[in-house]
Ligand binder design. Structure first.
Ligand SMILES: [Zn+2]
Ligand SMILES: [Zn+2]
Length: 357
């Protein structure tokens, strides 16, 4: 079985390996498509971050490099373990990649997505989606309706990130929204905010192609932060600021713009997983009584189906447009040059590249 594995920084190889063993409660899936995510690019260029380091086994999975990559994927069930009842061979499925310990204070409280020992399929497990096949626990496998193209099931994961961010926010029907950064996650937030009944939606994004896509997906106002004062435009149009801003870039200019574009008492959702410090003026939070709220992935463990299932329903109903985010399709053999390097070198309009093994 062929699988793309992280061996080190800028060293991802398509290796031929034995298929992982199938436990009684596990499902083997023939992969139809797997999306390349910003997290994959970060691991490729600067990892290991979520990945275990060489010689330092993952606390939950025990895996060390080389590690399979690919955590956004879909496919068809090829084989089921003896105890599996939820899916059958031939079923189209996607997978919630987060596998949790079930034993820490967060898992015991039902907040599985906060588990400190989480291991994601494709980010620290024996399997990953950039492969001909994947093995996943039954509880992580989510069925797809027959009328949704299987490949688009690979987009359920990033849409679940968008849904979780909207659910973490105080967004109420009719509330105004600003989204800073229109990469894949900013765009799924935009679509989920629209589904959730947001009022006027502003987006700020320097790339013209992504602004056009955001407009197609329902943004009312698209702003180029390099062409004018996006904050001033938002504040003037909304009597002093939006109710909720989503920050999906994670650098100081967008972070401060997200804060300053919210009204007094407004809320800023931190969704971008940047690790470099950003400058925040405490007065802008304190005096305006703004709230900064973090959003991490999506629900996992037994509750993971709540958000993954809701996303599958929205995609099947046509409320979201995952096909519009797909700007490239490549083979597994082309994953480095046509995938990672192409996205890292891209200052054009790529959004999501699907690997089709
Ligand atoms: Zn991802
Ligand atoms: Zn846990």
């Amino acid at each position: 079985m062929r699988v793309a594995r992280w061996h080190g920084q800028r060293d991802v190889r398509v290796d031929d390996v034995d298929e992982p063993a199938l436990d009684a409660d596990a499902v083997r899936i023939d992969v139809t498509a797997a999306g390349i995510c910003g997290t994959d690019l970060h691991e490729y260029a600067d990892g290991p971050d979520f990945l275990p380091a060489p010689g330092d086994p993952h606390p939950l999975s025990g895996v060390t490099p080389p590690v399979p990559l690919g955590h956004e994927f879909s496919g068809t069930v090829a084989e089921v373990g003896a105890d599996v009842t939820a899916v059958s061979v031939g079923d189209p499925v996607t997978v919630n990649p987060a596998v949790v310990c079930e034993d820490c204070r967060y898992c015991r409280a039902g907040d599985h997505h906060l588990c400190p020992d989480v291991a994601n399929i494709g980010l620290g497990m024996e399997s990953g989606g950039f492969a001909e096949s994947v093995v996943a626990p039954e509880g992580n496998v989510v069925g797809l309706p027959p009328d949704l193209p299987v490949e688009l099931g690979a987009l359920v994961e990033p849409y679940a990130v968008g849904l979780h961010a909207v659910r973490r926010s105080a967004l109420d029907a009719g509330d105004s929204v600003a989204v800073f950064g229109c990469g894949p996650i900013g765009l799924t937030i935009l679509e989920m905010a629209r589904v959730a009944g947001a009022g006027e939606i502003f987006v700020s994004e320097p790339r013209a192609g992504r602004r056009a896509l955001a407009a197609d997906l329902g943004a009312d106002v698209t702003l180029d932060p390099r062409a004018g004062d996006a904050v001033e435009t938002v504040r003037e149009a909304t009597d002093g600021g939006v109710d909720v801003a989503f920050e999906a870039a994670g650098v100081t200019p967008t972070y401060t713009a997200a804060i300053e574009s919210t009204r007094h008492g407004g809320e800023i959702l931190t969704v971008g997983i940047a690790q470099s410090p950003v400058d925040v003026v405490p007065k802008d939070i304190a005096v305006r009584e703004r709230s900064i709220v973090g959003s991490n992935g999506y629900l996992s463990g037994p509750r993971g189906r709540e958000e993954f299932g809701a996303v599958v329903d929205r995609l099947a109903a046509g409320d979201c447009h995952p096909g519009a985010l797909v700007t490239g399709r490549i083979s597994l053999d082309d994953i480095v040059d046509g995938g990672f390097e192409a996205l890292l070198g891209d200052d054009g309009d790529h959004v999501k590249i699907l690997v089709e093994p």
